[in-house]
Structures are given as C-alpha cells and as structure tokens.
Design a protein around this ligand. Structure first.
Ligand SMILES: [Zn+2]
Length: 301
C-alpha cells in the first residue's frame, strides 16, 4: 500500500496537513544518525550518514511514518575511539564531524522530546556510526521512557540489525559494499593509490578486505538491515493501532531532570572509556587527551 502522501517521507518536506495525515496513519518517527569520518581514500566521508538515511527512508516508505532531519554529527574521539584513531589515522587530519558524548546525549534527549511533543509514539533511531555509542544512546533512551510513558524508543546501529547474518566493520568489505550499492558515485577504488602520496592522509582507516567489496553484497546487507527496521516498525504500528493515548507535552524541566541523572553515570558511559583490551594511547598522540572522558560537573567534589 502506498502512503497517502506519495513518496514524501521527510519531515522537512511535508506540509502541515501532509504531516498530520502521515502521523495519523503511523505515529512513528525515524531518526538517521551518522557522522563524517574517514573510510579510506576510496570512500566519501559521510558513508555512515548515507546508510542510516536510506534505511529510515525505506522503512518509512514501506511501513509509514516520518523521517526526521538527519543528525550528521556523532560521538567520536573519546574513550575507545582514541586508540582506534591513533592506529587508523595517526597524526593525520581525519576531517570528521565528531562531538563529545555530553553534546550528543544532551541533544539526543531534546530530540526525543521534540518527537514526543510533535505527536509521535514510536521513535526508531538508526545509527550508521557504530562501535559502542549506541549503548549510551540506549541508556539515555531508557531514562527518557521511564519518565515519559506511552512513548517507545528503539535504537540500533546497522550491524546490530544484521547480527548473525553479516559482520559489521569499518571501511572494509561490509561498509564499502554498503556505499557501493547506495551511492556508487561516492566510491572510487582507484583513489587508493593516494595512500602512498605525501600529504594525502595515508590509509585513513580503510579496512584490509575493502577490495573484496561489491554492490551485490551491499544490496544484500542493506536489504537485510531494512527488513529488521521494518519488522520493528510494523510491530510498533500494530501496537499503536490497538491503543489510544495522547502523549503528554514534555517541558524542559523533565529533560533537565533526566539529563542530571544521566550525567551522574557519565564515568561509566561506553564512549567515556577505552575497551579493557585496548593498549593505552601513546603520550605523544594527538588523541591522548580524549582517552578518558570525564565530565567535571558530574565528579564528586
Ligand atoms: Zn562507517
């Protein structure tokens, strides 16, 4: 069944009456989360954003609902990212849109508020940037739904959507295949030669098996990811059709209360610490200051 507003699913493109109709048909909002970060010389920097956007748009076209404006900034540098950056990027400039966990999680809570206040009952968050940040987003979402009842939040990174089927990677066979399928114009395998040129940035986090990537594999991965998002959205939609509730309007005070609680656990956020298996960041590395992320206001006096 084609949604009644045709092929338009993006919040920003809808007229108010179209928004109201799509919301009444299916009160689910999809939030694509991505980032610009290096995926080798061969790939566009926004790979993570493109796959999240595509998944959200396909799910909204299939199930219904509305796609929120993309978030192209994400947590990077801190905790486990620091050693990874030392190994994958070294002292080069990664040209990335990284922000600290506090900035991301604080805004995320306000994004959830905006969605609930706009009338949505289901919030589906798809993060194309994965590795551990999705765990902190889920912690924030759990605190949010504890306070704001009648709203559901579901957060997944794309490799989690296909767990057991495909193994996610960074700029390897998995990810390069994804972009080869979605935007073949944004992959240029011949640019790999730049790795050896001075001042070009080196390898820039390209995976060792990237040359095995193919659009066919990318199609299979993306379709499997999409199936998983749609399954969740169908389940939410069915549940919402069976019940009638009017979500409350949420004030700033509620979000500030949730934020204060979330901050209290900041020392234990996944993105605040290295993995136990990681070697310490070298003292001379540009990433050293980000290795252990501590929030001053959250520390005991
Ligand atoms: Zn990526």
């Amino acid at each position: 069944m084609r949604p009644s507003t045709g092929f338009k699913t993006r919040w920003a493109e809808l007229l108010p009456h179209e928004f109201k109709r799509r919301l009444a048909d299916c009160p689910i909002v999809f939030l694509p989360l991505g980032i610009c970060e290096p995926h080798g010389q061969v790939s566009a920097l926004g790979l993570d954003t493109f796959k999240a956007e595509w998944l959200c748009e396909q799910a909204a076209l299939t199930v219904g609902g509305i796609v929120a404006p993309s978030m192209g900034y994400h947590i990077h540098e801190t905790g486990y990212h620091a050693r990874w950056l030392e190994d994958e990027v070294g002292e080069e400039n990664p040209h990335m849109t990284g922000i600290p966990p506090t900035a991301m999680l604080y805004l995320f809570l306000y994004q959830l508020r905006a969605f609930a206040n706009a009338g949505f009952r289901g919030i589906v968050v798809v993060s194309g940037h994965s590795g551990g940040n999705q765990v902190d987003l889920r912690t924030a979402a759990e605190l949010f739904i504890r306070e704001v009842r009648d709203v559901q939040v579901w957060v997944r990174s794309d490799p989690e959507l296909v767990e057991g089927l495909y193994e996610g990677d960074h700029a390897g066979k998995y990810e390069i295949s994804q972009l080869m399928y979605l935007r073949p114009d944004l992959i240029d395998m011949s640019a790999k030669a730049l790795e050896k040129e001075p001042n070009a940035g080196g390898r820039l986090a390209l995976g060792a098996d990237a040359e095995e990537a193919s659009p066919e594999l990318g199609k299979a991965i993306m379709e499997a990811c999409m199936e998983s998002v749609c399954k969740q959205a169908w389940a939410m939609k069915e549940e919402f059709e069976a019940t009638v509730v009017t979500p409350p309007r949420i004030g700033y005070d509620t979000i500030e209360r949730i934020w204060a609680e979330l901050l209290r656990s900041s020392r234990h956020w996944t993105t605040a610490n290295p993995w136990p298996s990681q070697a310490p960041v070298s003292d001379r590395s540009q990433w050293k200051p980000y290795e252990h992320y501590r929030v001053k206001e959250a520390e005991p006096e």
